[in-house]
Design a protein around this ligand. Structure first.
Ligand SMILES: [Fe+2]
Ligand SMILES: [Fe+2]
Length: 276
């Protein structure tokens, strides 16, 4: 039986990277599903690649390309009419220049910001300009507070810590989009969205996108960095704030076994199984 082969084509590599002449990495379904799968190395292999070749050697069917496409969506960089514009391009370039990608935590934040933007488009294909820009820029404050080490685990009041992060980030993001040429109205709207991005609210596309990006892209790295105790708290905090629609999407993601187990313990209603 021949293994099913699929190619995922990526968008242009971010400014300041090579982006061409790099052979397309290959990914087998059996490695993707393995408990030992190295997400960090896989991410580095696609940073500058033009495409990725998927080889389904485990009879996974549609689920394999669909999970990998979601996981790699930051490199596909889909747009809608509100982001396929020179203004959004300038924002992406300024945002990229803020990041020193040699630093692992900054690299992780950069990937998370692009991934959150892409989750917004998945949840709302008609997402307006301000919502997409806010998604891209929602965590810029971490470039100031946590580029070399994380501190959130030390916060006496986690919600207060996150709200302060959101307020500072809102001002930084507003300045960045003004510099890129956005209108004052748009800058104010983007700042408003970012100020509230760590709070639960009704109809919260940005909050859902942020949480989905945590589960999809960041959860295994988070667990490696912070350990199981803090990861349990983070999963608990994140799960509580997302909508039922976003929760339903979490169970179809490729989650590492330790993360899936922590989540299943907490959810406890059978919608998330410890094995996948
Ligand atoms: Fe945040
Ligand atoms: Fe975030």
């Amino acid at each position: 039986v021949l293994a099913e082969i699929t190619r995922i084509t990526f968008g242009r590599a971010p400014a300041g990277t090579a982006g061409s002449g790099i052979p397309s990495p290959r990914l087998d379904a059996s490695s993707w599903l393995s408990d030992e799968f190295d997400f960090w190395m896989f991410n580095r292999s696609i940073d500058e690649a033009r495409s990725l070749i998927l080889i389904d050697d485990a009879g996974c069917g549609e689920r394999f390309p669909s999970q990998v496409t979601t996981y790699c969506q930051r490199r596909i960089a889909a747009r809608n009419a509100h982001s396929a514009t020179p203004l959004f391009e300038r924002i992406l370039d300024l945002h990229r220049l803020l990041h020193d990608l040699r630093k692992p935590l900054v690299r992780a934040d950069y990937d998370h910001s692009l991934d959150t933007w892409q989750w917004v488009l998945r949840l709302d294909p008609e997402a307006p300009f301000a919502l997409q820009a806010a998604a891209l820029l929602h965590d810029v404050e971490r470039l100031v507070s946590e580029p070399d080490e994380r501190v959130e685990q030390h916060a006496a009041d986690y919600q207060a810590f996150k709200d302060a992060h959101a307020r500072t980030g809102a001002a930084m993001a507003a300045q960045l989009v003004r510099d890129a040429g956005a209108s004052e109205d748009e800058a104010v709207r983007i700042a408003e969205l970012i100020v509230h991005h760590e709070q639960r609210s009704a109809d919260d596309t940005l909050g859902d996108a942020d949480a989905l990006s945590f589960f999809s892209l960041n959860s295994s790295g988070y667990a490696d960095y912070f350990g199981p105790e803090q990861t349990r708290k983070k999963i608990d905090w994140t799960w509580r704030r997302i909508s039922p629609e976003a929760r339903a999407r979490v169970s179809s993601l490729r989650l590492r076994r330790d993360v899936r187990t922590l989540l299943a313990e907490m959810v406890n209603d059978g919608s998330v199984t410890p094995t996948h």
